[in-house]
Design a protein around this ligand. Structure first.
Ligand SMILES: [Zn+2]
Length: 223
């Protein structure tokens, strides 16, 4: 009798511990210039779009601001090509360093990805988001990561309709899963947003779900 209740109590305790340690598939990392509430709103859309269980999308406030692109365009123009490459690479590397640690896929939420005074604004005006898969080799552009990563501009997000927000989440996380652009009208991976609800085909969706499942499993094992 006593042994049975000991067994039961141990089982309950293990279940409680398991409940506390929830695995994470996506980690919404919120720039300190934004309210945590911004992260909560993005996380709700991510959870709904990806059909993830409650708790699989975490909101994590960051200590340090993220500035993935170099600041001054004029400074960049006066540099030698070698210094230009370094100026492009360093802020990006620093940003990845901040996002590297933690569970699940980092989805960074920043006030703006390419503010008007930044060099990136020239090439990428109105940049709403970006997503990159894990790549082992570095290339000249410097936008390379050794882990999958995505970023969203809060300024762009707040100007979008709910359907556009859902499309943006699918598009950038799709890139993080290694999906290329797709020219089919209305596809979530089309370079230009279409009209109506964006969609992924079965193969694209399986790729994205595969990445999220891997991350989910990894964080569960890693605890
Ligand atoms: Zn794209």
């Amino acid at each position: 009798m006593r042994r049975r209740s000991l067994y039961r109590n141990t089982l309950i305790m293990l279940l409680l511990l398991a409940g506390c340690r929830q695995p994470v598939a996506v980690r919404v990392s919120v720039d300190p210039r934004l309210p945590a509430q911004a992260g909560v709103r993005v996380a709700e859309v991510v959870r709904a779009v990806l059909d993830l269980p409650a708790g699989a999308v975490a909101v994590v406030p960051l200590q340090e601001s993220l500035e993935p692109f170099p600041s001054k365009l004029e400074e960049l123009q006066s540099m030698t090509p070698e210094l230009q490459r370094r100026a492009l690479r360093e802020p990006w590397r620093h940003t990845l360093g901040i996002l590297r640690t933690g569970q699940g896929l980092p989805l960074a939420l920043v006030p703006e990805l390419a503010p008007a005074d930044r060099a990136a604004a020239l090439m990428l005006p109105e940049l709403a988001g970006l997503g990159l898969p894990a790549q082992a080799s570095a290339d000249g552009a410097g936008l390379v990561s050794d882990f999958p990563v995505a970023m969203l501009s809060w300024k762009a997000w707040t100007s979008q309709t709910p359907a556009e927000q859902r499309r943006l989440v699918l598009h950038e996380l799709g890139h993080a899963a290694g999906l290329p652009h797709d020219q089919r009208p209305g596809n979530a991976m089309a370079p230009q947003p279409g009209v109506g609800e964006a969609w992924l085909d079965v193969r694209q969706r399986a790729r994205l779900d595969g990445l999220l499942r891997d991350l989910y499993e990894t964080t569960r094992k890693g605890q």
